[in-house]
Each structure stands twice: as C-alpha cells, then as structure tokens.
Design a protein around this ligand. Structure first.
Ligand code: FAD
Length: 311
C-alpha cells in the first residue's frame, strides 16, 4: 500500500451534527472513524448565531460553539478529524474507495455520508450583512425570536407555504413574497396559506435590499417585476425559503438518489442502495432539516455500520 493510501473501518464524510454524532458513536464502538470535515467545518450551524432548540443547552448556545463541543466530544473517543474534502468515491466493491483533495486514497470498510444540504440564498449583499440579525433560512429554528412581530417570507413552493403558516401562528403579520402570480406549492398548501388571515401575499415581487441598522433588520425593499415599482415593508425578519441543494454531486452514479438528488435511504434506517454505505442528516432528509434529527440519524448510521461490520 502506498504512503498516500490509508485504511479505515469507517469513513465519515461531513462534520455537521450528523457527521460528528456518527463519529461519537462509531468511535465508542471501536471503529476508529476518520472524518473529513469538508469546506464548512462544523456544517450549517456555523453560520447561525443562537441555537435555542438543541436539547441540553437550557440557555441556548451559539451555533459555532455547539459544533466545537460536538467535535471535541468526537475527538475525545479517538476520532481522527481531517480538514479537506472527499472529491471522488467508488462504491462498486468493498473496501470502498474515497479520494481526497490532499491527494490521499482512503480504503474504507464502511462509509457514512453526512454531507448535508446547502440552503439557497437570494444573493444580496444586505442579506449576508443581516444574516442572524433578521435574515434566516429556517422558520422552525428562528420563528420563535419574532413572536408578535411583522415578518416576510420569500418563496413559492411547499416549504415556503408550510413555513408561512408556521410563522403566522407566532407572528402578527406575515408577508409572503413570490416572484410569480401563483404559488408552486400543492393545492392543499395553497388553500392553507390563502385561508390564514394574517398572511398577505405579495405577488410578482422580489426582495432587492434588506434594510437595517447595527441593532438588526428594520425593513425590506421589494421590486415589482411587472411594473418596476419599489415597495418598502416594515418587517423585522426575512425568512428565505427558496430551496436547498443536497450535497450529493460526488455520489451520483454510486448510490441511488431521489428526483431532487437527495440520497435514498430505506425507511426507518440509514441504509442506502449500497450495502455498507449509510447516509444521515440533511443529505437524505428534505422534510425535517433540524440539527437534532441530523444528530439522531447520525447515531443510527454509526450503529448500523457497527452491526454491518459485525455481521
Ligand atoms: C442559518 C441556519 C440556521 C439554522 N438554525 C438551526 C437551529 O437553530 N436549530 C436546528 O435544529 N437547525 C438549524 N438549522 C438547520 C441545521 O443547521 C441543519 O439541519 C443541520 O446542520 C444538518 O446537519 P448535517 O450534519 O446533516 O449537515 P450540515 O450541517 O449541512 O453539514 C454538512 C457537512 O458536510 C461537509 N461536506 C460537504 N461535502 C463534503 C465533501 N465532499 N467532503 C467532505 N465533507 C463535505 C460540510 O463541510 C459540512 O461539514 C439551521 C440552518 C441554517 C442554514
């Protein structure tokens, strides 16, 4: 075996809540896991400020701090954490093969895929500036902070419709902004949105600037795509719900993906179409998308990997 080829019992690809929880369980089961962190060490929670809904933190916790805790816990049991990305995989035979951007080849008896999904953003400078200070990508996570306030949500699919009705229960008013004159969401979800009295639809419009001061967001400037007119909404929150892209590019042709490119797992398990390859967290879940569900499936993946090796 050359110097650049290494062997592992368990290769974990990704270092979000799913990857690190899988690492904690795999390390404690003596699998000596190897984690590749990827371009976003710690995952999506490293771009948020307050995490208030992860059990075990009664006063809430900063996202980056929580992920540092998970990493330390995984390393305490001997997880080998490497910076760098897995650039290519070959699952056609065991041991599975992974290539990394530091020129290594990893031969792995099992693989746990925990590469997450990337939220799509509007791409505005002011959106970045007020991220976590008014701008959010997750109503379930952050809606609570906007109780009794006026907020806006942008998007037109099922997730946006679901999140708009969720926010309507907490907030005084919800403006739902969509660039077209009809929603893409299914008819049942549309009906729910249209029959919620404190949701106001703003059709044919796109956000052009998030307004605010050092204390946070104070408003949102919109542009009407049909007549070019601008309109200012006095809102303190903007929820961006225009979709997610699962990070599955390198797994195409290696494991089965669904029509939206999420990894298909056998219901109730983290097993993929390839025996010995498991998937956990947002990369296989477009429904819950929470840190705790990612962590839960990370635990499942490690237990399944351990039992697979023992069988
Ligand atoms: C702004 C924001 C705020 C949020 N707030 C909350 C909250 O308050 N509470 C909550 O429960 N949830 C929250 N979420 C959702 C939560 O962050 C996700 O559900 C969770 O992080 C998913 O975990 P994961 O481990 O599946 O993936 P991710 O956290 O997305 O991690 C994926 C990991 O895979 C790595 N990776 C990707 N490709 C490769 C590769 N080729 N090689 C190696 N590594 C790779 C990345 O670097 C990253 O480390 C929030 C999300 C966002 C965007």
């Amino acid at each position: 075996m050359s110097e650049t080829t290494e062997k592992t019992r368990c290769l974990i690809i990704g270092s979000g809540p799913a990857g690190y929880t899988a690492a904690i369980y795999a390390a404690r089961a003596d699998l000596s896991p190897l984690v590749y962190e990827g371009l976003q060490p710690g995952g999506q929670l490293t771009i948020t400020t307050e995490v208030d809904n992860f059990p075990g933190y009664p006063d809430g916790v900063k996202g980056p701090e929580m992920m540092e805790d998970l990493k330390k816990q995984a390393m305490r049991f001997g997880t080998d954490v490497r910076s760098g990305i897995v650039t290519k995989v070959d699952f056609s035979s065991r041991p599975f093969r992974g290539e990394t951007d530091d020129g290594k080849t990893i031969m792995a008896e099992t693989v746990i895929i925990a590469t997450g999904a990337t939220a799509k953003w509007l791409g505005l400078e002011s959106e970045k500036k007020f991220m976590g200070m008014g701008v959010s990508g997750c109503a379930t996570c952050d809606g609570f902070f906007y109780r009794g306030q006026d907020v806006a949500i942008v998007g037109g699919g099922d997730t946006a419709a679901e999140e708009a009705t969720y926010l309507a229960k907490l907030c005084k008013k919800v403006y739902m902004i969509h660039r077209r004159d009809e929603l893409r969401a299914c008819k049942a979800m549309q009906h729910k949105v249209f029959s919620t009295p404190n949701i106001e639809m703003v059709w044919d419009s796109v956000p052009v600037e998030v307004l605010g001061d050092p204390s946070g967001m104070t408003g949102l400037m919109l542009k009407n795509m049909k007549n070019g007119e601008n309109r200012k909404l006095d809102v303190t929150g903007l929820f961006v719900a225009i979709g997610h892209t699962p990070n599955t590019g390198i797994f195409r042709g290696q494991v089965e993906l669904d029509e939206a490119n999420y990894i298909k797992t056998i219901p109730g398990t983290t097993r993929t179409s390839v025996e010995g390859v498991f998937a956990c967290g947002d990369v296989q879940d477009h429904y819950f998308r929470q840190a705790i569900t990612a962590a839960g499936t990370g635990c499942m993946a490690a237990i399944e990997a351990e039992r697979f090796l023992g069988s």
